[in-house]
Design a protein around this ligand. Structure first.
Ligand SMILES: Cc1ncc(COP(=O)(O)O)c(C=O)c1O
Length: 363
């Protein structure tokens, strides 16, 4: 895969720049991004891409932020404590749930995360987003693009990274902008300093080069090659419909197993808002839920470490800020047969934990 890579070359040389432009073009094609949108490669992964949007665009009008897990709560907190937006409303929900999406007011800018990676709850669709909005919809879609249907016309800013659904090496982020978002960038100057890595305009005009492969700063051309490899793989298996189908089949395999399980349940109880990529499970067994929070955490950790010792699963524990449980990645690169092979291991690991806390309770 690396034989044509531009390793050791400048990203500003013709070969490096054309690789970057190829990432943009292939991404647009696979994702079906409207021709009127621009797509750029920007510093600092998805965090860089979404923060660049928040810092560059917000403040022209009131802002509504939807927050229902760790990352979306982080964007809400930055709007409040870093940007110090004066006219800000934050709509929150607990892990596994969504706030009432109809509370948002489309005369205001709206910031949200398509898929809450740390809770496994996603917005079910874009029906709640006004087609005739005057404001901007700004969406962190990093664990959704390439695995879920994204209604591009309803979104003005969409961000993601290379390492999520296509499983590349983490590096730069991607930012897609609608014509309305570009107009805002060219007509509104925020009352705050913007570091160079957030600047998308010069002299009141969009820096067109960013959206043609002229990155603001130096990318890893090894990571660029990996991003291209992922995109070519996506094309080879049938493009976006195939990617979405693979992720949905992974969720279905886990749904079938959960339906039979005496101990595991989905953190996102409502099926329409259940993620097919970051599939989060909680433990519903009363013998477990009656333990203290500390004991629950100890036993959940032992499930994770037993699975790791057996090399059945890695990094399967719930996100550090999320409720105790397990998180299984069901993105498009994951084979459903691997998910199916994992499920009996989960029962085994829970059985081991239950034996340990049953024993402790008897003592
Ligand atoms: C919803 C969401 N937003 C942002 C991030 C941060 O992404 P990155 O590490 O690409 O900056 C993640 C990472 O998992 C995420 O899931």
């Amino acid at each position: 895969m690396l034989k044509d890579a531009a390793l050791g070359r400048s990203h500003r040389a013709k070969i490096g720049k054309s690789k970057l432009a190829e990432v943009i073009e292939r991404s647009k094609k696979v994702l079906g991004i409207p021709a009127t949108y621009v797509l750029g490669i920007v510093p600092a992964s998805d965090t860089g891409a979404i923060e660049m949007a928040l810092w560059s665009l917000l403040g022209e009008r009131g802002v509504d932020v939807l927050a229902w897990e760790s990352f979306s709560s982080g964007w809400a907190s930055d709007c409040k404590n870093q940007l110090k937006l004066k006219d800000l409303r934050i709509f929150k929900a607990d892990y596994g749930k969504l706030p009432d999406l109809h509370q948002v007011d489309w005369t205001r800018d709206v910031v949200f995360t398509w898929n809450g990676t740390t809770s496994g709850a996603r917005v079910p669709n874009g029906d709640w987003i006004a087609a005739d909005r005057a404001a901007l919809s700004i969406c962190d879609a990093t664990s959704a693009v390439f695995a879920m249907d994204i209604p591009w016309e309803k979104l003005d800013v969409v961000t993601w990274s290379w390492q999520k659904v296509l499983g590349g090496e983490g590096a730069h982020g991607m930012i897609a902008l609608s014509p309305r978002a570009v107009k805002r960038l060219e007509s509104f100057t925020p009352d705050r300093p913007l570091p160079k890595i957030f600047q998308m305009t010069k002299g009141g005009k969009l820096i067109a080069g960013i959206f043609q492969g002229e990155t603001i700063n130096t990318p890893s051309l090894l990571c660029v090659e990996d991003a291209l490899d992922g995109l070519k793989w996506a094309e080879s298996i049938g493009g976006l419909p195939a990617l979405i189908a693979r992720s949905n089949t992974n969720l279905e395999a886990i749904e079938d197993w959960v339906a039979q399980s005496s101990w595991a349940a989905f953190l996102a109880e409502e099926k329409p808002s259940r993620s097919s990529t970051s599939i989060c499970l909680k433990i519903k067994d009363p013998a477990f839920t009656s333990l203290s929070a500390e004991e629950q955490s100890v036993h959940a950790k032992s499930i994770v470490s037993n699975l790791e010792k057996e090399r059945a699963a890695y990094d399967i524990g719930a996100y550090r800020d999320a409720p105790v449980g397990l998180r299984i990645w069901g993105g498009a690169t994951v084979e459903t047969s691997d998910i199916q092979a994992l499920l009996p291991w989960l029962d085994w690991a829970y059985g081991q934990a239950k034996a340990a806390f049953g024993e402790a309770t008897r003592l």
